[in-house]
Design a protein. Structure first.
Length: 379
């Protein structure tokens, strides 16, 4: 079986889709699947990517986000699709790609199965928040229109894969057919608890992820002073994104606030997590929250917004505390309550969190489920 993934929301630096692709290229070839990935790039290029192949199609940078590009040379994308001749095409970006890819996938001889992966809940994550200051009637109409587009695009697919049950429920409620939960996973060997007891010093609360407003990172900045004042904790932020300069400026006057910037690989992320005591997951719009799952695999309790993918992981595991979404004071309250627990109690919560992800959120289990869907739709 040959599988080809196409997504425009891909960054070589970091991001959930990059992790998903890397793990797919590591796990599915062992199941007899040839993996190809098509993403925008500065120039045309094809090279090995783990156990698969990465095809870059020329495209310009995405406005306001230097780590991402959009497809520019559509003819090159079509040529790649025809040359690879996959059995299954998986689409990860659903604005324009289905209009181009689905008709091509159904031409040139045999019929190819097309599935979508709903990586981001864009009516809730982007459309609603972007219009929060607009008149309620206009905002409601825009969100409704975005759900109309979601239904239109996903009805083209033989299946829509999702990373969390709450997203599966939301899509089904909005009339999207053939939704299949497959989950997302964690490398539980790389992300593992620290060995031995924690040394002396103040607790460390970490945020690791994209530095952007859609992740609701401003809540961490608004809560940080109080978290430090009430717990003595150091706050560590690591990642890349449009808020990097603002965070650097915030850290400059706070010796207890550590801005690490972009971490180059998963081993660096795992090392930071092993040196931490809790992870802050402020965003309510996560469709899964790989950052939360990696923290849990590292044996850390998580302080999560009480909505979205991080909430699902914390509720499912019992490995953390929740706070009212969008409320910095509530985030500070939850962080204070967790970080002031005895160390043994925090360790117990972290062990519960790790047991949960090990039981059902390893990448091996995820790709068992993905492979099952591929077999079903391609026969």
């Amino acid at each position: 079986m040959i599988v080809l993934d196409i997504s425009s929301f891909f960054s070589s630096a970091s991001g959930g889709i990059r992790t998903y692709y890397a793990e797919k290229a590591r796990h599915l070839p062992a199941r007899g699947i040839e993996c190809h990935f098509v993403v925008p790039g500065e120039t045309a290029e094809t090279k090995a990517f783990g156990g698969g192949w990465m095809h870059r199609v020329p495209g310009p940078p995405l406005a306001g986000s230097p780590y991402y590009r959009r497809f520019g040379d559509w003819s090159a994308l079509v040529r790649t699709l025809v040359e690879v001749d996959p059995d299954v095409v998986e689409i990860g970006s659903h604005y324009v790609l289905p209009e181009v890819v689905v008709p091509i996938a159904r031409r040139f001889g045999r019929r190819r199965a097309v599935v979508g992966f709903y990586h981001a809940d864009y009516p809730s994550t982007y459309v609603g928040p972007a219009l929060r200051r607009a008149p309620a009637r206009f905002r409601k109409a825009a969100v409704a229109a975005s759900w109309t587009l979601v239904r239109r695009q996903h009805r083209r697919y033989a299946a829509t894969l999702v990373g969390s049950h709450h997203v599966a429920d939301r899509l089904s409620e909005h009339g999207v057919p053939r939704v299949r939960w497959v989950g997302l996973g964690v490398d539980t060997e790389t992300f593992r608890p620290r060995e031995g007891e924690r040394g002396d010093g103040p607790p460390v609360a970490a945020y690791v992820g994209r530095l952007s407003k859609d992740k609701e990172l401003p809540l961490v900045l608004d809560a940080a002073d109080r978290i430090h004042a009430t717990t003595g904790a150091r706050v560590v932020v690591a990642g890349a994104g449009p808020m990097a300069r603002a965070i650097e400026a915030f850290a400059a006057s706070r010796p207890w606030f550590d801005f690490r910037g972009h971490l180059g690989n998963r081993q660096e992320v795992a090392a930071l997590l092993r040196a931490s005591d809790a992870v802050l997951a402020p965003g309510r719009y996560e469709s899964f929250s790989l950052a939360t799952a990696e923290a849990m695999a590292s044996g850390l309790p998580v302080i999560a917004a009480d909505e979205g993918g991080a909430r699902e992981l914390v509720v499912g595991s019992g490995g953390g505390f929740r706070f009212r979404p969008g409320d910095a004071a509530a985030l500070a309250d939850a962080a204070e309550a967790l970080l002031n627990l005895p160390v043994a109690e925090r360790v117990r919560l972290g062990a519960r969190a790790r047991a949960y992800v090990v039981s059902d959120h390893t990448w091996e289990r995820v790709f068992e489920r993905v492979h099952r869907v591929y077999r079903e739709v391609s026969h």
